[in-house]
Design a protein around this ligand. Structure first.
Ligand code: ADP
Ligand code: ZN
Length: 750
């Protein structure tokens, strides 16, 4: 009789019960499964440690997984278990990283396997790497004396003798022999073959390369960071200083301190692929390039970087959000630069905020994390106020350059005049200021955060609006390409000659401005100006970007028009005027952070003016000059803005004073979706201190052909919405055609 769980006997001989372990696989599954440990060539089972990376069968597939903590359930019948199919030679995932995976999983309400998959995102790095087979000469006394050294053999020996490894092909070719000659020499022991494992390491910066002499305030901040690094203890510190105050120089000192301690550094940047200026600076300061981590690496470089990080052979990693979950061997410092940036929130797959997760990661690694910004997020500042985070303040701009003067232009009184060709968007005051600036031989910049020519095209005859067929969104005209484009799904079409609704001819008109239209207006008003446009769709390559930047730096261009890509860190000494075409643009749309984002963006744009000895001037065109965002920008009073914003949020119980989790439900069939939402609504739990709103059609009620509905869990700070979401959603199962996404701490409400 066979009984599950008992030792087996076979012909009277006892066979030990096979050993088991738990494996978390990289599929959207929330808990580890039990497996049988693999057998070695000696017939014995191979013991595995938690963290070891393995290949296991799941259904008919073989997938990567990680030996997980805890013991397997001995009561599961043996015949239900499968054997581990392979063990990776990659280093085991450390305890700290396994805990981090589990933490993200529970915080974001995502299956543990989906989070683990992000940590094992480079399948090539898990494979056994044998490397290339090479041949080299060995001095062998022991060779049989009757082995004749022919001329051909001698040539091979001569070639191989004083040089490194050769591939078979190269060696034979260089010696002018066939490969059988080399093989013969190998057989008798004149040459040997070996496998050269590729070098998975990044150069270590030379010690003691000095940065610039720091000012007293900068030095104090740098010393503080360096001592935190040397303590090997967790703390979160906000590095707060206006653009140009030297935050980067200061945290570079901390980077150096960590390297001296022999510990790794992670620097998170928003949009790493665009940060060539940062990389140049790093290389100038440290003499070598850091390891980069972002979506545009080649597979070979991804493999090298993953392995090097795990082996502690990448001293500094600079990357986008996903660099956070690499398997660091010895992480000693995390920097989050521009910590307030919205792009740190991932809204795809596992929805997480890299800044917040960086704090968790630093805690797990017992190291400091630095959050650097000129306009820290309200969340961050509230954490400073309640003592969870420390703050270091850098006083003013380095070298004494002043902050620009900010003036408001009230569009209700200074209405932009029409041009003879159509409507205008620049007020008299702004036109005058641009003229003055250009006449003084300086540069001006016009900022409008909207790509394309016009955000809306409508029919003058019937009022029909050109809309995306797959999304709840208007099509944006891009005149440069003569196309109408959807900014959500990428759909695009030629601009029709007749209205698709009423067939009227020449009746479609562009409404509202995008940057292309501002370029058009500026070139009419200032025909003598040299105008350049900077937007993400016009800067199609790093080379194109570099060219525009150079033309601004060498003053070939004197009038720059751009979207938010111009807000990023560039330093143009002759740029003295910044005009914001529509300062109110970001304030609409029901996003709880609309005011905060507008303040941060406009503050950053304003910071482009007057970064050298010439004083800068910033003109904001607004229809609501009394708005707190405009008033505090004008007064240059960031802390006042944060104070007002905190009051508004506290009153509404909104983050960071309350918690939110959004539930986004989508599917291709509207009726089925609404049915499912109705059953979810019926199952809404009653929880003290929390409420669930919805379902409501999402503002993007149709996106890429899928209908979308939203629920919102709002709770007090003391109540975690994750628990509510998990319990509630666990009770109502959607069909396979319906997708349910949980977005904890949502940043987008579309
Ligand atoms: P932030 O990161 O706060 O915007 P940066 O570190 O980029 O400021 O500094 C702005 C500019 O001033 C950079 O060109 C930087 O090299 C320079 N700078 C900052 N501090 C010093 C210093 N102590 N000595 C020389 N140059 C400095
Ligand atoms: Zn679309």
């Amino acid at each position: 009789m066979f009984e599950g769980g008992d030792d087996l006997t076979l012909f009277g001989q006892s066979i030990d019960k096979p050993l088991r372990c738990r494996v978390q696989v990289t599929l959207p599954i929330d808990r580890p499964y039990d497996y049988i440990l693999p057998y070695g060539s000696d017939g014995q089972q191979i013991e595995l440690q938690p963290g070891q990376i393995v290949q296991v069968p799941v259904g008919r597939r073989i997938v990567p997984g990680v030996v997980w903590d805890g013991t397997a359930d001995e009561d599961v019948p043996l015949k239900k278990l499968k054997e581990i199919a392979g063990v990776s030679e990659a280093l085991p995932l450390k305890d700290e990283l396994r805990k981090f995976v589990a933490w993200i999983s529970s915080y974001t309400v995502s299956p543990q396997g989906s989070v683990l998959k992000m940590a094992l995102s480079v399948p090539q790095a898990l494979e056994t790497i044998t490397g290339q087979k090479l041949y080299r000469f060995i001095d062998s006394e022991s060779v049989e004396s009757n082995f004749r050294i022919t001329a051909a053999r001698q040539r091979v020996i001569d070639v191989a003798k004083d040089s490194g490894g050769w591939t078979m092909g190269d060696l034979a070719k260089e010696a002018g022999v066939s490969s059988s000659v080399v093989k013969g020499l190998e057989q008798v022991g004149f040459v040997e073959s070996y496998h050269e494992v590729p070098d998975f390491s990044f150069p270590v910066p030379a010690p003691n390369i000095k940065g610039p002499e720091l000012s007293v305030g900068q030095r104090e901040a740098a010393d503080d960071l360096m001592s935190r690094v040397r303590e090997h203890a967790f703390s979160t510190v906000v590095l707060d200083g206006v653009t140009g105050s030297g935050k980067t120089e200061v945290y570079f000192e901390a980077v150096e301190a960590a390297m001296q301690e022999g510990r790794q550094v992670l620097v998170l940047l928003p949009e790493i692929a665009l940060s060539s200026q940062w990389l140049d600076r790093f290389e100038q300061r440290f003499g070598v390039a850091p390891a980069e981590w972002h979506s545009e690496l080649t597979p070979a470089l991804r493999r090298k970087t993953w392995r090097a990080v795990a082996a502690g052979k990448a001293p500094v990693v600079v990357g986008a959000r996903s660099a956070l979950i690499l398997p660091y061997e010895n992480l000693g410092l995390i920097i989050v630069d521009e910590e307030h940036e919205g792009s740190f929130k991932q809204e795809d797959g596992v929805y997480y905020h890299a800044r917040d997760m960086a704090v968790v990661r630093a805690k797990g690694c017992s190291c400091p994390v630095v959050l650097a910004s000129a306009t820290p997020a309200l969340e961050t500042m509230v954490n400073v106020q309640n003592g969870r985070y420390d703050r270091l303040i850098l006083p003013g701009r380095h070298g004494g350059a002043g902050m620009p003067d900010v003036e408001l232009i009230d569009l209700r009184f200074d209405k932009p005049e029409r041009l003879n060709t159509g409507p205008g968007w620049l007020s008299q005051a702004l036109r005058g200021a641009i003229r003055q600036t250009l006449e003084a031989g300086e540069q001006a910049m016009l900022f409008l955060n909207r790509r394309g020519y016009a955000p809306l095209t409508l029919c003058r005859t019937c009022g029909h609006r050109m809309q995306c067929p797959h999304c709840t969104a208007w099509l944006v005209e891009h005149r440069r390409f003569s196309r109408l484009q959807c900014h959500h799904c990428g759909f695009n079409a030629a601009i029709p000659e007749t209205c698709p609704s009423c067939s009227a001819e020449d009746s479609l008109v562009a409404c509202g401005p995008g940057v292309e239209r501002i370029v058009e207006e500026a070139s009419k008003l200032f025909p003598e100006a040299n105008i350049a446009l900077m937007a993400s769709d016009t800067l199609t390559s790093p080379a194109a970007t570099r060219e525009v930047i150079e033309n601004i730096q060498n003053r070939k261009v004197n009038l720059l028009v751009g979207t938010q890509v111009v807000a990023k860190g560039y330093h143009f000494p002759y740029l003295t005027l910044v005009g914001v075409v529509d300062a109110d643009l970001g304030l609409f749309g029901g996003d709880l952070r609309a005011a905060e984002r507008t303040f941060q963006l406009l503050h950053q744009v304003a910071g482009r003016a007057g970064r050298a000895e010439r004083k800068g001037r910033v003109l904001l065109q607004t229809s609501d000059p009394k708005h707190p965002v405009m008033q505090t920008l004008k007064a240059g009073d960031r802390d006042k803005f944060l104070e007002l914003e905190a009051e508004t949020r506290a009153r509404g119980g909104l983050p960071p004073f309350g918690r939110l989790a959004a539930i986004i439900v989508s599917g291709p069939d509207e009726a089925e979706l609404d049915n499912f939402c109705a059953s979810l609504a019926r199952a809404i739990p009653q929880v003290d201190g929390a409420q669930i709103l919805g379902p409501a059609p999402a503002p993007l009620a149709l996106l890429r052909g899928k209908f979308r509905r939203r629920f919102l869990i709002m709770s007090k700070r003391s109540i975690a919405p994750q628990g509510i979401a998990k319990e509630w959603l666990g009770r109502v199962k959607p069909s396979s055609r319906i997708k349910v996404v949980v977005d904890v701490d949502p940043y987008s409400f579309l």
